[in-house]
Design a protein around this ligand. Structure first.
Ligand code: CP
Ligand code: NVA
Length: 329
């Protein structure tokens, strides 16, 4: 039987297919308890700390609500309000927090930092997003796909856009682990690292999945069950890359004509936040400059019946609850 008590949740490469499926099943269990209004304060007396070196809405609130629902005490520290990384090393911070808390969530830049935190703190550490991976997001995404199709194996999921980013990397890993057909569709210069592709292809082969990289939109969209995109410039990248990114990715916007190439029952997913909510970040003129009214996803898709983005966002909370429960008890 599966037991991941005491483990950290840093990247999905560290977990077996059975362990990932177990976390999805546990998520469904917690979701039904929540829906039925049945209390589940089974981690009463424990405390967790949430460390954010980048901003967040979903991940932070999912950890907070999931923590409260499980009966735990929760501390939130933003980049401005702790000594970490400025006056105190990650290593010392980890050793101190490990004495106070039963678990630590960390969102930051380098994957190596979350790995170091886990190595030094002595308690489970959960990766709330790094430049390389976003593993908790994947559980919510797979739960949403499963809710819509009743199964995961054999489905075709295509990611359109910056396929080198944390979300695309993680999707490639989770699809390989669970036997989905993953396609990265974007320009050659924005494809995932060769080493990670190789590793994922080997994993996919064991699970009857596959990994495809293509610049061809029709090939990406054709027969896709899930069309997924993400913001074209990720947190931690300078605003100055927007111009080039738009030029490279303009053609890969998920819109109605792309959805028509996919399977009729296809769904649209986006980890959020999506750019159409982020106008003020770089100023509206960028739209005019490139003759675009929308970025990575057109409103006609985002607001359509095929769009499951808010179910997906809700599922962040149920899945994060499962991860904390499984690693802490
Ligand atoms: N999807 C996601 O991680 O959202 P936040 O940045 O709001 O946490
Ligand atoms: N790729 C995005 C995901 C946000 C949840 C970023 O890293 O900014």
């Amino acid at each position: 039987s599966i037991n991941i008590k005491g483990r950290s949740f840093l990247k999905l490469l560290d977990f077996s297919s059975a362990e990932i499926q177990y976390l999805l099943n546990l998520s469904k269990h917690f979701k039904s308890l929540k829906m039925a209004g049945i209390p589940h304060r089974s981690l009463e007396g424990k405390n967790i700390v949430l460390l954010f070196e980048k901003t967040s809405t979903r991940t932070r609130c999912a950890f907070e609500v999931a923590g409260y629902d499980l009966g735990m005490g929760v501390t939130y520290l933003d980049p401005g309000s702790s000594q970490m990384g400025k006056k105190e090393s990650i290593e010392d911070t980890a050793r101190v927090l490990g004495r106070f808390y039963d678990g630590i969530e960390y969102r930051g830049f380098d994957q190596s930092l979350v790995e170091e935190l886990a190595a030094k703190s002595g308690v489970p550490v959960w990766n709330g997003l790094t430049d390389k991976f976003h593993p908790t997001q994947m559980l919510a995404d797979m739960l949403t796909v499963e809710e819509n199709f009743g199964h995961l194996k054999g489905l075709k999921l295509t990611f359109f856009g910056d396929a080198r980013n944390n979300v695309a990397n993680s999707l490639m890993v989770v699809c390989a682990k669970l036997g989905l057909h993953f396609t990265a569709c974007g320009p050659a210069s924005l494809m995932p690292e060769e080493q990670l592709v190789k590793e994922c292809r080997a994993i996919a082969a064991e699970n009857e999945g596959s990994i495809t990289l293509t610049e061809d939109i029709e090939k990406g969209a054709k027969e896709a069950d899930v069309l997924y995109t993400d913001i074209w410039v990720s947190m931690g990248e300078p605003d100055s890359v927007w111009d080039e990114r738009i030029r490279l990715l303009k053609a890969y916007q998920v819109n109605e004509s792309m959805m028509k190439m996919a399977n009729p029952h296809a769904i649209f997913l986006h980890c959020l936040p999506s750019f159409h909510d982020r106008l003020t970040l770089i100023g509206e003129d960028i739209y005019q400059k490139f003759g675009l009214s929308e970025m990575e996803v057109a409103d006609e898709v985002f607001e359509s019946r095929q769009s499951k983005v808010f179910d997906q966002a809700e599922n962040r909370m149920h899945t994060i609850k499962a991860v904390m429960f499984a690693t802490l008890s």
